[in-house]
Design a protein around this ligand. Structure first.
Ligand code: KG4
Ligand code: ZN
Length: 335
């Protein structure tokens, strides 16, 4: 049988990315053009700025991904694209490029849910066993997903308010750290102590829901009160205390989900899965299931993960036609 090559495009937020996947899980290229430098001075992603940057670089990214993979458009079997969730203007740039490319080369178009992409990045580590459970933690989402079979995703728990990455970025901003602050907070947390006893919402209830807005407010209040009294707080201890609260919540809810949905594999993915503290706690506390975390280069937004999810969709013969539209609030069904 001849090889199958998928070109995948991701543009849901502030990374323009194009990847080429060979067969089931061999990533030949994964070009990522990050716009983070443009958004830093605003302390977050500015949607209009994001869309403009995507338009500027998307065609070059497609060319580079093909060149790096050592193939041409003629070798491709399909074009995959993130169609949601994300910023509508940003999504539309990738979607339009994918449609134009698919139409021009007579290729099938494969729509991919961005969160399925984060989850399926784990396929790069080896074949997954189903059913599996996933903890997805990113800048926009925090959810527990039960995957009954390849391509069959169900939400079993999610955040009622802020996503974990969002909480990291907000407290980072209060401390004067640069956006996105997750990585720096993680590093500082390793040099401090959990002394502030921040709230851990819904830790002992039976639900699989998360809430991080109370923790964020408690952090902001402590910081502001100290500033008013001209007291200085140790930034390392603030980070350690914040991260300890976050990780207690993530670990408790994941353990609860594993009790409710016994599986052999737990996938932990999304931008926050890069967190070293989270990786350490998972290794210490979740020992009875196989924990699969994508490599660091596939944790943040990238098209490689979209290609890995698209391979599953293509195996299931799931395509879209040219009427495919962006779905900014796309979610998985609840179980
Ligand atoms: O998945 P992602 O790249 O984009 C979204 O789909 O949202 O996630 C970005 C988020 C940001 O909020 C960033 O601060 C966070 O992931 N992040 C981290 C770490 N690295 C990135 N959060 C905690 N610890 C990290 N090491
Ligand atoms: Zn993402």
């Amino acid at each position: 049988m001849s090889d199958r090559f998928i070109l995948a495009i991701e543009s849901s937020c502030d990374e323009t990315s194009v990847a080429v996947l060979k067969n089931e899980a061999e990533l030949l290229s994964n070009i990522i053009a990050s716009q983070v430098e443009s958004h830093k001075r605003f302390g977050g992603v500015v949607p209009e700025v994001a869309s403009r940057h995507h338009v500027e670089v998307i065609t070059t990214c497609i060319d580079d991904a093909l060149v790096e993979a050592g193939i041409t458009a003629k070798d491709l079997s399909a074009v995959a694209v993130t169609y949601g969730p994300g910023l509508v203007g940003a999504l539309l740039v990738g979607l339009s490029a994918a449609k134009a490319f698919a139409w021009a080369h007579g290729l099938p178009l494969v729509p991919v849910n961005h969160m399925a992409g984060h989850l399926m990045a784990a396929r790069e580590q080896g074949q997954l066993t189903y059913p599996l459970l996933a903890l997805l933690v990113s800048g926009g989402h925090t959810e527990l997903v039960y995957v009954t079979a390849p391509g069959d995703y169900h939400i079993v728990g999610e955040t009622r308010d802020d996503a974990v990455g969002e909480a990291y970025d907000k407290v980072g901003r209060v401390m004067g750290l640069t956006y996105p602050a997750g990585r720096e907070i993680d590093q500082l947390a390793h040099q401090g102590k959990d002394v502030y006893d921040f709230p851990r919402a819904m830790l002992h209830d039976d639900s699989l829901e998360f809430s991080f807005s109370g923790l964020k407010s408690a952090f902001i209040n402590l910081h502001h009160n100290a500033a008013q009294k001209e007291e200085t707080l140790l930034v390392e201890d603030l980070c350690a205390s914040f991260q300890a609260a976050v990780l207690d919540i993530l670990l408790a809810k994941t353990k609860k989900a594993l009790e409710k949905y016994p599986v052999e594999t737990l996938v932990v993915a999304g931008g926050v899965a890069a967190n070293q503290g989270l990786r350490e706690r998972l290794a210490q506390e979740i020992t009875d299931v196989n924990v699969v975390i994508p490599p660091l280069r596939l944790c943040g937004d990238n098209a490689g993960m979209i290609a890995l999810a698209a391979a599953v969709e293509l195996d299931l013969d799931r395509h879209a036609d040219m009427s495919l539209n962006a779905k900014p609030s796309l979610t998985f069904p609840t179980l």
